[in-house]
Design a protein around this ligand. Sequence first.
Ligand code: ZN
Length: 160
Amino acid sequence: MPMKRIIVHWTAGTHTPNGLDRTHYHRLIDGEGRTVTGVDIAKNAAPIQPGYAAHTLNCNTDSIGVAICAAAGATENPLNFGKYPPTPVQLTELIRVVAVLCQRYGIPCTRTTVLTHGEVQAHLGITQRGKWDLKRLPGIAGSGGDWLRAEVKARLDAGI
Ligand SMILES: [Zn+2]
C-alpha cells in the first residue's frame, strides 16, 4: 500500500507504552529502545479503515505514526523534558525504525515526508493543537526534526 509520510511523536506518557498508546500509533519505542507494534499500517492507507491509528489531527490518511514512549509532563517553555525524557537508546532505535519504514514504503526523507508532530503545522499547513513533539530533544542543539532527518538519511545512505 502506498504510504506518503512518517510522522514522529512522543506519547506524552512514561517510558512504557500503555494500551491506549497502542491504538494511536503504528510503532512504539519504549525507554529501553524496544519497538512494539501497534495498529496495522494498512489501516491508515487511503481509503482509511475503521480502527486506523489516529495520531495526527486531520493528517492520518497515508501517514505512518511512530512514537517514542516519553515526555509525560514535559513543557516547551520553559524547556523541561520531565520525569520521562527521551533516552539515547530510544532515539537510536527511532532512527533505525524510521529508516526501515522509509525504505519499505519508498518514502523519501524530506521535511514534508519525514517530520515530527511538532512540525506538522509549519511544514504541511495543517493546524494542530499546540503540539511540540520532538521539536527539541535532550542533548541535541537546534531542531529535533532536522537532526532526525539527517540521522535517517545517513542510515539510508549506509544501506541501513
Ligand atoms: Zn503527537
